[in-house]
Design a protein around this ligand. Structure first.
Ligand SMILES: Cc1cc2nc3c(=O)[nH]c(=O)nc-3n(C[C@H](O)[C@H](O)[C@H](O)COP(=O)(O)OP(=O)(O)OC[C@H]3O[C@@H](n4cnc5c(N)ncnc54)[C@H](O)[C@@H]3O)c2cc1C
Length: 245
């Protein structure tokens, strides 16, 4: 059984998976299609990209980052989620996917804008607004069902990528905190930042020396230079109701 299954490999799901996987949780991302961000023509309000970034490239790099962190991916649309044991939510959840084997996970993060039908058997608390359903959560993304979380637009967060990413990270941290790791920062600090004050390096933190810092910087720059060397040959996805003939 996985520690965490994240339903939806879009902006929020990928951010959540980076946090849960870096915390050492066995993380599976199940994605049934394409992020709505693939419809964007130029992503210009995401901090860190002064002239914007190709949204598909941003998604590609986020997927790579999740893989580097240790997350695994499976393609498939989740169609049903239910507890393994009706009377014991600690026993985890079973997820059925279209055409695939059922998956089991102790915790489920729903980051599947705009589909939450598969959560109906769990009674997490869905809110209907027009034709859309949102999932009701507390401030950390926990739903009414212990072990089930919702992230990103599905949790009624504002409809911008940076907000979905931030929320995904926050919900990933909630899942980490609810697991055995009850304190977790995910900080990388210079050598001596904690130990130089006679303190232990806190759980989830790492101190690195200058050589290691330079090595990581070099590796990071090489990867980004390679990623941005050529333009992506992928067009944005058009709204399904637009007739382009
Ligand atoms: C045309 C357009 C332009 C936009 N431009 C901008 C912009 O310029 N700046 C900006 O900040 N934001 C922009 N956005 C908004 C941004 O794309 C969203 O706010 C953001 O993608 C929401 O992230 P999310 O993770 O909640 O959903 P998504 O990124 O859509 O991810 C949801 C994922 O869940 C998967 N999924 C759904 N159901 C299931 C299921 N049952 N099983 C498995 N997987 C499932 C989907 O395939 C998808 O990959 C734009 C949106 C659109 C439509």
């Amino acid at each position: 059984m996985r520690d965490v299954c994240i339903v939806g490999g879009g902006v929020a799901g990928l951010a959540a998976s980076i946090f849960t996987a870096r915390a050492g949780l066995d993380t599976l991302v199940v994605d049934g299609g394409e992020s709505i961000l693939a419809r964007n023509a130029s992503l210009e309000n995401y901090p860190g990209f002064p002239d914007g970034v190709d949204a598909r490239r941003y998604l590609q790099l986020s997927r790579e980052q999740a893989r580097t962190a240790g997350a695994e991916f499976e393609l498939g649309r989740v169609t049903r989620a239910e507890p393994v044991a009706e009377t014991d939510l600690e026993a985890g959840f079973t997820l059925e996917t279209e055409g695939g084997e059922p998956l089991e996970a102790r915790r489920v993060i729903a980051a599947s804008w705009s589909d939450s039908d598969y959560l109906v058997p769990l009674d997490v608390g869905r809110i209907q607004r027009g034709s859309k359903h949102f999932v009701s959560t507390d401030a950390a993304g926990r739903t009414a069902v212990d072990g089930v979380y919702a992230a990103g637009r599905l949790a009624e967060e504002p409809h911008q990528a940076i907000v979905a990413a931030g929320h995904g990270a926050k919900v990933g941290l909630a899942a980490v905190h609810d697991s055995d790791a009850n304190f977790y920062h995910d900080w990388v600090t210079p050598e001596g930042y904690f130990t130089g004050r006679g303190r232990e390096v806190p759980p989830g933190c790492e101190e690195i020396d200058d050589d290691e810092r330079r090595r990581r910087d070099e590796q990071a720059r090489a990867r980004m230079l390679e990623a941005f060397e050529e333009p992506l040959d992928e067009a944005p996805t058009m709204h399904p109701s637009v007739d382009r003939e």
